[in-house]
Design a protein around this ligand. Structure first.
Ligand code: 5GP
Length: 151
């Protein structure tokens, strides 16, 4: 339990760490459940979802926070987020959704590669804890398939 709560310090002036988990996913060294990919971005399922359908959009450009992101990559992330969010809303039959992204550990960022969270929201359904409990792979794959068919 203690280990789950241990946080890596991420500061706004940190150099990019090529060994962070999302860099490994981008290099294909770590598996992920892909929803969408293009030249500049990748969208995949969050393995510790705060809601069913919680996913992430990342730029391929190495950037720790929003401040490190080029305008070109920022635009590409937003374009992909728009596609994926629309698909998540349809797939999860969500009346609402949230987009969020955290910059630096004081803001709650835990992975030092820029990412946009997309979270479907339903009335009366509270979010699960942030980055706490891994979801069953079968459930993640099933949810991903529903989202992919809507992209
Ligand atoms: P942050 O706290 O940096 O805003 O969000 C990091 C997100 O990445 C969390 O929601 C967490 O559940 C997710 N995450 C952490 N490690 C992995 C991983 O190895 N694979 C995937 N797909 N998501 C991860």
């Amino acid at each position: 339990k203690l280990q789950m709560r241990e946080k890596t310090m991420i500061k706004l002036d940190d150099a990019y760490d090529e060994n962070n988990i999302f860099a490994k996913i981008l290099r294909g060294e770590m598996p992920s459940i892909t929803l969408y990919e293009d030249e500049k971005t990748l969208a995949f399922m969050d393995i510790m979802p705060q809601a069913t359908g919680h996913c992430l959009v990342i730029p391929k450009e190495p950037a720790v926070t929003f401040l490190d992101l080029s305008e070109d990559s920022a635009a590409a992330v937003m374009a992909t987020a728009k596609k994926v969010a629309a698909a998540v809303v349809r797939a999860m039959e969500a009346p609402s959704f949230m987009m969020a992204q955290l910059n630096g550990s004081a803001a709650g960022q835990t992975v030092p590669h820029y990412h946009m969270h997309i979270l479907p929201r339903h009335d009366g359904l509270e979010l699960e804890f942030h980055a706490r409990a891994p979801e069953d792979m079968a459930v993640l794959n099933e949810t991903a398939e529903k989202i992919r068919t809507q992209i």
